[in-house]
Design a protein around this ligand. Structure first.
Ligand SMILES: NC(=O)C1=CN([C@@H]2O[C@H](COP(=O)(O)OP(=O)(O)OC[C@H]3O[C@@H](n4cnc5c(N)ncnc54)[C@H](O)[C@@H]3O)[C@@H](O)[C@H]2O)C=CC1
Ligand SMILES: O=C(CO)COP(=O)(O)O
Length: 343
């Protein structure tokens, strides 16, 4: 614990918002969660638990929760946001006037908005009327449950402003959570969004019964397509080899804790999308973000065959047994990220 940490607010009392609030509290930040569910806030305040999202986890005493946004945001210098991507804009826009004049926002969200194709730091900047220098992104191999159990992990805090990245990193650094800073917001953020789509693809493959070679193939080619999209949008190639890129891609594609991976597994085993969503629990961002990422990629002329295959299966009824043919019967090509020709 440290006395010099900033006061923080976390918007969203789901698995990651609650866990990140615990991370901040364990770093020494006074922290208040804001949520829309009375019973969740009540349980956090009285029992130091959030049973619906983190069963069995005991939260630090310092984590408080409220449905009163003004109370949560009063005095908060760091405002972390963990609300699902497609509802984040409408959920936080009414709170814009409640932020302290010098507060910075940190997106914990891994998705791309449908229709607008905005990255979540852009959505947050617009909704809260903050310049990009006051917005950061936190993304890495960060399965909430493991962090809530204090298992050691690292993450990336990215912002166009080094001071903002440093403030957020300082707020969340503790004995089990190590943030690295990065100025490549586009790369860090796209990594977090696209890895969810690739994790759905890996889940489908594993649910179908395919083994480790297929998994490694989808992860590796998924990294290539993520990198290509990032390069087309101005990201730094190195980011994709780092914690937010390869690190999170591997974590999400191999962990049974991942909702995206689990949803894909259910589909590979024959469930419909609605059945798979119901069976997964929590937010699988890859379902909707697959469509927005594909549209974004098309708008900049980047082909993403795995993402396209996921969209075909999830949203256009492509039978899963058609996937090998769809992905393997494309024209052959050279391997590199920079390779031109058919993807
Ligand atoms: N769970 C994890 O391990 C991690 C999740 N993330 C990302 O964090 C984001 C949130 O994910 P989780 O917390 O896991 O989701 P979750 O499904 O556990 O919780 C979602 C939370 O959002 C709240 N919410 C929904 N609509 C709302 C609204 N209109 N206003 C206010 N609150 C609303 C719900 O009440 C719930 O508390 C996602 O983008 C996810 O990709 C990132 C890293 C790790
Ligand atoms: O982002 C995550 C791990 O870094 C969590 O993944 P899921 O949303 O698939 O559970």
């Amino acid at each position: 614990m440290s006395a010099d940490r900033p006061r923080a607010a976390v918007l969203g009392t789901g698995a990651w918002g609650t866990t990140f609030a615990a991370v901040l509290a364990d770093a020494g930040c006074p922290v208040t969660l804001w949520g829309i569910a009375d019973e969740v806030c009540e349980e956090i305040n009285t029992a130091h638990r959030n049973t619906a999202y983190l069963p069995g986890v005991v939260l630090p005493d310092g984590v408080r929760a409220t449905t009163d946004a003004a109370a949560a945001l009063a005095g908060a210098k760091v405002v972390a946001i963990a609300i699902p991507a497609q509802v984040a804009r409408s959920a936080i826009a009414p709170l814009a006037d409640l932020l302290e004049p010098d507060a910075v926002a940190a997106s914990l969200i891994k998705g791309v908005e449908l229709t607008s194709h905005r990255r979540m730091s852009e959505v947050i900047g617009e909704a809260l009327r903050l310049p990009e220098e006051r917005v950061a992104v936190v993304s890495g191999p960060n399965l909430a449950r493991e962090i809530a159990e204090h298992q050691p992990t690292a993450t990336v805090v990215a912002s166009r402003s080094a001071a903002t990245a440093d403030l957020v990193a300082h707020a969340c650094a503790n004995s089990y959570f190590r943030p690295y800073t990065n100025s490549d917001v586009v790369g860090v953020e796209l990594s977090g969004a696209v890895k969810n789509v690739i994790a759905v693809a890996v889940g489908i493959a594993q649910g179908t019964g395919y083994g480790t070679n297929t998994t490694a193939t989808v992860i590796t080619r998924g990294l290539v397509e993520m990198t290509r999209l990032g390069l087309a949008l101005g990201a730094d190639a190195q980011t994709f080899a780092g914690l937010a890129g390869m690190g999170d891609l591997v974590a999400t594609c191999v962990s049974p804790l991942s909702r995206n991976h689990t949803l894909g597994m259910h589909m590979g085993q024959g469930k419909t999308l609605d059945e798979a969503i119901a069976a997964t629990g929590g937010t699988a961002e890859g379902v909707k973000t697959s469509a927005s990422v594909l549209e974004l990629a098309r708008s900049v002329g980047v082909e993403m065959p795995i993402t396209e295959a996921v969209v075909q299966v999830l949203h256009h009824g492509l039978p899963i047994d058609r996937l090998p043919e769809l992905l393997l019967n494309r024209p052959r090509k050279a391997e590199g990220v920079q390779a031109t020709g058919p993807f």
